[in-house]
Write a protein that binds this ligand. Structure first.
Ligand SMILES: [Ca+2]
Ligand SMILES: [Ca+2]
Ligand SMILES: [Ca+2]
Length: 682
């Protein structure tokens, strides 16, 4: 009896606090300006107001836990800030640090003797559906919401912001000069063998199947003979397509058909036409107003290169050949054995063909970007407008900070865009890269146009509802400074993934009919979204190059030119209606300034009907309303857009020419299955 009474007494004291903690409901939403203002990334020296709503309890205190990460120093600093109450809301103004950083924050709430937390609810690092936005309440210390703090003086090249970028794999785009093809009879470039024993081979005809390395066991040795003369020949085609910038995968002297294994950074590969072909292309592209971006492969070179010379093809002494080589300290040797063997140095992804550079070496940095004839300076002076930087997250932050300050000093308008597949926030703080290839965009958008999940050796793409698409895209816009988002390469596929058309094929489809619809739908979003739409060569012609197992090399089919040798139906023929559609998208993008520079606002995300709609507006430009239907059925959609256009305004779908009149603050749009509309006043 006595014992029971004691328990009862204890319960009386503890239960109210427990009950109050149990009833407490916490809430924060990074996407809602009532909870975080301004939304998104903030500049150094700025501030952001954060609020937490608490109902069902009266906290003793609410505290903001802030972790400040410095990517370059790899340090974390933790601090706590008190919040102040006004009704159900607790708020604090957080001052952004003076130096770029990535902050993460969570709310700690004391109720009675209990502690509650509210933090972000994403699972895996690539869970963009749950990055940012709302979070989760828990009794355990929560994971933080991200707040990116970028340098207040961060700028990205204005010509790149919103530009239409065309990605070319040079060996496969167009053969403009047969005389310099490797291994063709009478060729001026000869018929080299690589890595001591791999013999280069030429395809006798253009429109024919690629070699299947899984059956031959030899990778990347078959050449089609595409070259820079071919690109120059097709500048008119690219101009008509609305292309603003061309990014070419590597063009320097190299050992394979992809040329990511550089042999000499100061010369263009003979099989591509050599240095004179680049000079000519640069002049011609400039005359057309088309920018040229090169691929900077600065993480590693070829083991069969001038610098490494594992196969003793150069009179000079390569790093592999002797500890006395001038290039010895440029690479990462693990033994002193000379000449070196496969186990004596660090190769990228454990490939002995790709020895990794020692990026801390002053000589390496001078060679690539600091010296008077550094690789970047050399090509900047010869017409390169910027760089897509291969495997950028394999090089450290100290490298990119130094790289940026050096390159922008002698080529201030040069683009510096990295290849980074996951979240790249820590490289986009204003002191490293301008932007990245936006694989997060790809994952969201490719998932949106599909009805089922996709998976291949380059990753999984879960299907996305309109709501999931909206959250995923907003998570990326929140993470990245606006200058970086405006210059992001928004891609559906690349030379490293399966072709979009193949990824967009689903069980139960009728041939490629639906996949083509999905490609058009995804492209429509790409061309109306924030950033730089990137076309992987041939997608605009619906090139049909299905993957077999892995993507590479089956995604690198020769563009199916009708006037080239062989049978254009091998991977084609080029779909002229798709080319016309892409051309129209480009034209609309160039005509409606808001698509390049306007703000982005969701209008509708309806999972029940498969509709996603948004507006682009601002800066005095004509507002644009975009509606997408991912479902397999036609839909009639009513969109509330009275904020942008008054009643009575006639809006025209720039795709079909159909018109509709704004009434009651809304506009009605009819969308065919798997299609979209781009509405604007005439
Ligand atoms: Ca979240
Ligand atoms: Ca050629
Ligand atoms: Ca040598």
């Amino acid at each position: 009896m006595k014992k029971l009474a004691f328990v009862f007494l204890l319960a009386v004291c503890v239960l109210p606090a427990q009950a109050e903690a149990a009833n407490a409901r916490l809430f924060h939403d990074t996407f809602d300006v009532r909870y975080r203002s301004p939304g998104g990334a903030v500049a150094t020296g700025g501030s952001v107001r954060l609020r937490l709503r608490v109902i069902g309890a009266r906290p003793k205190s609410v505290t903001l836990r802030v972790d400040r990460g410095d990517p370059a120093a790899d340090t974390q600093l933790r601090s706590f800030l008190p919040l102040h109450r006004a009704g159900n809301f607790w708020s604090v103004t957080l001052g952004a640090p003076a130096k770029p950083a990535i902050l993460t924050y969570a709310f700690r709430v004391r109720v009675g003797s209990r502690t509650l937390w509210y933090g972000d609810d994403f699972g895996a690092a690539d869970d963009d559906v749950h990055q940012g936005g709302t979070g989760v309440q828990s009794a355990l210390a929560a994971q933080g919401f991200q707040l990116t703090v970028y340098g207040a003086r961060f700028t990205t090249p204005s010509w790149l912001q919103g530009a239409v970028v065309y990605s070319i794999f040079p060996d496969r785009f167009r053969n403009g000069d047969l005389a310099s093809d490797y291994c063709r009879a009478g060729s001026t470039s000869g018929c080299p063998s690589f890595y001591a024993s791999i013999q280069a081979q030429i395809h006798q005809t253009w429109n024919e199947r690629m070699e299947d390395p899984h059956s031959t066991g030899v990778f990347n040795r078959d050449f089609f003979g595409g070259d820079l003369e071919g690109i120059q020949e097709k500048l008119g085609y690219l101009k008509a397509l609305g292309v603003d910038a061309i990014w070419m995968t590597p063009i320097f002297k190299a050992r394979s058909n992809h040329r990511y294994d550089t042999e000499d950074y100061h010369h263009v590969d003979a099989g591509l036409g050599g240095d004179p072909a680049f000079a000519s292309l640069a002049t011609a592209a400039k005359a057309q107003g088309i920018r040229l971006l090169l691929d900077g492969v600065f993480n590693h070179a070829s083991s069969d290169s001038l610098y490494f010379d594992r196969y003793h093809r150069y009179a000079s002494v390569g790093a592999c050949e002797s500890p006395d080589s001038p290039w010895r300290s440029w690479f990462r040797f693990t033994t002193n054995t000379t000449p070196c063997g496969s186990d004596d140095y660090v190769g990228w992804a454990s490939l002995d063909t790709l020895p990794v550079f020692e990026h801390g070496s002053a000589a390496v940095r001078d060679f690539f970007y600091r010296g008077s004839d550094s690789v970047v300076r050399h090509w900047s002076e010869r017409g390169a407008d910027g760089w897509r930087l291969d495997a950028a997250d394999q090089l450290n932050h100290a490298w990119w900070r130094d790289f940026r300050s050096a390159v922008k000093s002698y080529a201030p308008d040069s683009a510096v865009v990295g290849e980074i597949w996951p979240d790249a926030s820590e490289y986009l703080l204003g002191n490293e890269l301008d932007s990245v290839m936006n694989y997060r965009f790809r994952r969201a958008v490719d998932g949106f146009v599909r009805a089922t999940d996709w998976s291949d050796p380059t990753g999984r793409i879960p299907t996305r509802t309109p709501t999931q698409l909206d959250r995923s895209l907003q998570a990326v816009r929140e993470d990245y400074p606006p200058q970086a988002s405006a210059a992001a390469f928004n891609l559906l596929d690349s030379h490293d993934t399966n072709r979009a058309l193949f990824v967009f094929t689903e069980p139960g489809d009728d041939g490629l009919t639906q996949a083509r619809d999905r490609l058009r739908l995804a492209a429509l979003l790409q061309f109306t979204y924030v950033g730089a739409p990137m076309i992987y060569y041939g997608d605009e012609a619906a090139i049909n190059a299905p993957g077999i197992g892995v993507a590479d090399p089956f995604n690198r089919a020769p563009y199916p030119w009708a006037d080239a040798s062989g049978d254009p139906s091998t991977y084609g023929p080029a779909d002229t209606s798709m080319i016309a559609f892409y051309t129209k998208l480009s034209r609309i993008r160039h005509e409606l300034l808001a698509l390049r520079t306007g703000t982005f606002d969701k209008v509708l995300a309806s999972d029940a009907t498969g509709i996603y709609a948004f507006t682009r507006a601002g800066g005095g430009a004509k507002p644009v309303v975009v509606a997408l239907n991912k479902s397999g059925s036609p839909r009639d959609v009513v969109l509330r857009i009275g904020r942008f256009y008054p009643d009575g305004t006639v809006l025209e779908d720039r795709i079909t020419g159909t018109t509709s009149t704004v009434g009651g603050g809304t506009v009605r749009v009819s969308l065919a299955a798997r299609s979209g509309a781009i509405l604007a006043a005439r």
